[in-house]
Write a protein that binds this ligand. Structure first.
Ligand code: 6GU
Length: 264
């Protein structure tokens, strides 16, 4: 039977992404795998590349120049980037500069971006982009972490993949996305598959109990422990129940008095 639409069903328009890059060849491959590929094939996601070099008018197709005031490195000229963005921008577009100076990208950012109809991701290169791009062209500036990449291209791949797998239909098992690391503000619990014993290491008994409540409790507790040990910063922001707190206090209190290591 053909599924029929009901009143109130939303007509889903795809997330459109334009990536502004002077290295379009960088993207040969990464969008042709996994959830990103599936999202594109299902029409949930559209990815297009725009090259600022195509908007230059000089014989050398120059996209960079020396910094005023001197100093090391080249700066990306404003005009080719402005023209590239303006060639694809609509009133619905959100223009995002990718640079180490941006706000940190995280799972909340991915959820916010997946709601937007059109993203324009500008990949900076060289020493940076002319400041007028930052002050006159963009809506926000995003970084994927505290380290310096040669350009924003790898960051664009990270951001598009994080968005793609959140689009309904892009990942085989929707529950898998609902229980992701960070979905509840916590890291994931450990997972196991066959064999039951591998090189002497066994699987926790509770996972064979058939007791779904006991399994859920174990997973919650493992997630709490992993987060407390490796990412205490996340635990500060997570919503914890009184039972969660009691468990952590009991378990970590004991661990601390045993003098055990936080992480192997
Ligand atoms: Cl978005 N760009 C560059 N060049 N480096 C980065 C980054 C972005 N995020 C972290 N490091």
């Amino acid at each position: 039977m053909v599924p029929m639409s009901a009143p109130g069903d939303a007509v889903k328009t795809p997330v459109k992404v334009h990536i502004v890059t002077i290295f379009p060849e960088f993207f040969n491959g990464p969008f042709d795998c996994g959830p990103t590929r599936i999202a594109r094939e299902k029409g949930l996601l559209e990815i297009n590349l725009v090259n600022p070099r195509d908007f230059t008018t000089d014989a050398h197709r120059t996209v960079d120049d020396y910094p005023f005031g001197g100093g090391a490195g080249m700066v990306m000229k404003p005009e080719p980037i402005f023209l590239a963005v303006e060639s694809v921008r609509t009133p619905a577009s959100r223009v995002i500069l990718l640079s180490p100076q941006g706000e940190r990208f995280n799972q909340d950012t991915a959820h916010r971006f997946k709601q937007l109809p059109h993203l324009i991701l500008i990949c900076g290169r060289y020493k940076g982009v002319d400041e007028r791009v930052r002050t006159m062209l963009i809506d926000e500036e995003v970084s994927i972490g505290d380290y310096v990449l040669a350009g924003g291209e790898a960051a664009a791949v990270v951001i598009v993949e994080a968005i793609a797998r959140l689009l309904p239909g892009a990942v085989g098992d929707e529950d898998s996305v609902a229980t992701d690391s960070f979905a509840q503000g916590l890291l994931d619990a450990p997972v196991y598959t066959r064999p039951r014993e591998f090189r002497g290491a066994t699987v926790p008994e509770v996972l064979f109990s058939g007791n779904h409540a006991a399994v859920a409790t174990w997973r919650r507790q493992q997630a709490l422990l992993a987060t407390a040990r490796r990412r205490p910063d996340l635990l500060q922001k997570a919503t914890l129940t009184p039972l969660d707190r009691e468990f952590l206090q009991k378990t970590l209190g004991k661990e601390a008095s045993n003098g055990s290591q936080n992480e192997k």
